[in-house]
Design a protein around this ligand. Structure first.
Ligand code: PFF
Length: 459
């Protein structure tokens, strides 16, 4: 197929609103509702939130704008984009690394999404009525250990994601995110309002918003930086791929600020829905990854209209997980369709098959008592390895290389041209500030996370 044909067939989002909701749909996911609250709980509440906000500003937004630049400038998939900018150089390795990271994240993300879908079903069936701490634990245990139910839920998740993706960028991704993201906002606001009107809720709000500077330690800073990365879907070509579908007149710097702000708002709202309730019922905010799955059913079961809220909460988590997965799978799908000439439909099916094949390894090793739970390599099972290699190695390295690439290997005039929409926007000082962050601040901070996660640099 000629390049021209390919260009003509290439889809675009239809408006600025569509661009915003699709991109936000990628950012908002299990990271906001599952990871953000439990990491905030474990890392000192307000102090962690404060550092996290700084990371979003100093690293998150610059990396996102860099990815937007590469994606829209070339209008290609993550691998093709680097090849278009620097043909015949190893830079396209960043794109290939992104494709690998997308697979690894999907292997375990689709598994956790399956648990979330199953919790919607359980809540509707009324399985959480009269729940106690022990039964909450047992419910979670049986959901995770399986072996068949979690696999079936994972297959359902992949079927939903595939159907949406096969429909295309406009009819699939755009339509679903434009409809569901506002619903997600409304649901998370309702859950938040219910939680802050509980007796004793103030302690939870205080925990979330009171900054105790003594709690800001190097490991807290590094955890916050890693989360900012995962949260905003950065470092693996996701935002690049989506930006390749952006409209020509999109003010990409404004989009990145709006997406980062709204994503943070959802995380904070999820925190507002969770912490006051946790405190109000005398539970432990630092409970770890089980916070969402064990504490929330328990907490909601003690409230008036608790079961309806519980269903709402897991529906909103399912929406978040699904829209984030669309962007994850779109990375290899765009790569295969454009670079290997495979049809979109077949490429979605092939990728879903690969994800399910290896995702099974994650699902069967999620818990010590799972089918493959006993298999460990250097102290980690499959599930943990997929998470560790993608989140702690591939994303920070990818992000670092992306900012170095844009900061030092692209001509300044090209960056000004693209980010100002060929001079139509009067945003020179913004681009100038972006260049400063992307050249000096972001690479330094990213280098620190990477060295620390590899254990080379200990604080
Ligand atoms: N941003 C998503 C979340 O917070 O759950 C996760 C994610 C999606 C990470 C897409 C990376 C990615 F490329």
């Amino acid at each position: 197929m000629s390049a021209q044909n390919n260009d003509m067939k290439r889809e675009k989002f239809s408006s600025g609103i569509a661009v915003f909701f699709a991109t936000l749909g990628s950012a908002v996911g299990l990271g906001n509702i599952w990871k953000f609250p439990y990491l905030t709980g474990q890392n000192g509440g307000g102090a962690f939130l404060f550092v996290y906000l700084l990371c979003i500003l100093l690293v998150g937004i610059p990396v996102m704008v860099s990815e937007f630049y590469i994606g829209r400038k070339t209008r290609k998939n993550a691998v093709g984009a680097f090849e278009a900018l620097k043909p015949g150089t190893p830079w396209k390795g960043i794109g290939l690394m992104g494709v690998a990271a997308a697979y690894l994240i999907m292997f375990f993300y689709s598994c956790v999404a399956g648990w979330v879908y199953s919790y919607v079903f359980k809540a509707i069936k009324g399985d959480f009525a009269g729940i106690t701490a022990d039964t909450a634990k047992a419910q979670f245990g049986s959901t995770v250990v399986g072996p068949l139910p979690p696999l079936l839920w994972q297959i359902i998740v992949m079927a939903v994601v595939s159907l949406i993706l096969i429909s295309g960028v406009k009819k699939g991704i755009e339509r679903v995110t434009k409809t569901l993201m506002p619903v997600l906002f409304i649901l998370v606001i309702i859950c938040g309002i219910r939680a802050i009107t509980l007796p004793g809720a103030f302690a939870g709000l205080e925990f979330l918003f009171r900054v105790d500077f003594a709690k800001i330690t190097p490991p807290v800073i590094l955890t916050a930086l890693g989360l900012a990365f995962f949260k905003l879907s950065l470092g693996m070509g996701t935002m690049m791929t989506y930006a390749s579908y952006f409209t020509d007149d999109n003010h990409m710097m404004a989009t990145s600020a709006k997406v980062a702000l709204s994503d943070t708002a959802v995380s904070i709202l999820a925190g507002i829905a969770i912490f006051p309730a946790v405190f109000s019922f005398g539970m432990e905010p630092g409970a770890g990854p089980g916070l969402l799955f064990m504490t929330i059913p328990l907490v909601f079961s003690k409230m008036m209209f608790g079961n309806i809220l519980l269903i709402a909460f897991f529906v909103l988590t399912s929406i978040a997980a699904t829209t984030a997965m669309l962007s994850l799978v779109e990375v290899p799908v765009a790569y295969m369709t454009e670079e290997k000439g495979i049809s979109r439909r077949n490429s979605v099916l092939i990728n879903s098959f690969i994800i399910l094949l290896f995702g099974t390894l994650a699902t069967f090793s999620a818990d010590k008592s799972s089918l493959l739970g006993g298999i460990q390599f250097w102290g980690r099972g499959f599930f943990d390895w997929f998470d560790f290699i993608s989140s702690n190695i591939l994303l920070p390295v990818g992000g670092l290389l992306i900012v170095l690439f844009v900061g030092y290997f692209i001509k300044k005039e090209d960056i000004f041209g693209e980010l100002s929409n060929r001079g139509r926007l009067n945003n020179g000082w913004l681009v100038q500030s972006f260049l400063f962050l992307v050249r000096f601040i972001s690479p330094l901070l990213l280098l620190l996370v990477f060295l620390n996660s590899l254990g080379i640099l200990k604080f």
